[in-house]
Design a protein around this ligand. Sequence first.
Ligand SMILES: [Zn+2]
Ligand SMILES: [Zn+2]
Length: 337
Amino acid sequence: MKADQFDSWLTVDARGLYCRPGDFHIDPHAAVPRAVITHAHSDHARPGHEHVLATPETLALMTARLGAPASAGSQSLAYGEAITVGEVTLRLVPAGHVLGSAQVVIEWKGRRAVISGDYKRAADPTTAPYEVVPCDLFVTEATFALPVFSHGDAKGEVSKLLKSLRQFPERAHVVGVYGLGKCQRLIAMLREAGFAEPIYLHGALASCCEVYERCGVSLGTLKAATGAPREEMRGAIVLAPPTAISDRWSRRLPDALTAFASGWMRVRTRARQRGVELPLVISDHADWGELTRTIEETGAEEIWVTHGREDALLYHIQSTGRRGRSLALIGREDEDQ
Ligand SMILES: [Zn+2]
Ligand SMILES: [Zn+2]
């Protein structure tokens, strides 16, 4: 192993990205003895590991979603705290993606690698903001890595939702949201915009909201949609998982108007396919501008790209004089976009 040859000490095996001098995997997609988990989305935080190291918030979210985060033991590491694992020094630094999300900073023999996990640079009242860490190797996500993706201002999208509510006060506004992250960010942004009414939740969204509240993110008055009187939900905001907005569940709501909050709502055909009347472009992932700016700011000479549209970003990386490599990690899904 040579420190300046990153692929000699950060390798990809059948279970995912592996740090050899530290003897741990990062976000492995199959059970391993030691895992460092960047955040609690299901394509990163799988069940069945023996030992898990993550931020306290990520461990709390994993517990809510999976039960025990690890079979033999879990260790929480607060943002910024450095520990030694095998031969490496390890730190977790805010990634700005969802509550508890972290970049993994690994130092070995004077070289520093940063594994971003999923991240965004846009403001989010529910998570610590992304921190740029200067490094030699930066492993970046690439969910929205095409120049066409520019997410714009999420506050404007929240205003659109509130405007629709004023225009159609007799209709329940059912908004599709991913259960961890998008749901709580949308609620917090509605509160910031002055919306103080109760917000109704599909049952699948309740447990992550509780963890956010326990971690100090206040979400205001939340009510269960199931069991609430139908007339009470006229002109109310009702949040539900994306799969529920067009099925029988939402047909019980009074004259439901369907919205969907996702970075993919930039693509009109996606909104049409889902029968979404009010697409809201709100993303918890970096857009093209954020990805290229972040790569620049890390100062890294080598960039590995994972998780999505690698080609355009690799071309960009190489054209700016850096070494780029596509990391083909399996098992990454659409859970959180
Ligand atoms: Zn994620
Ligand atoms: Zn992801």
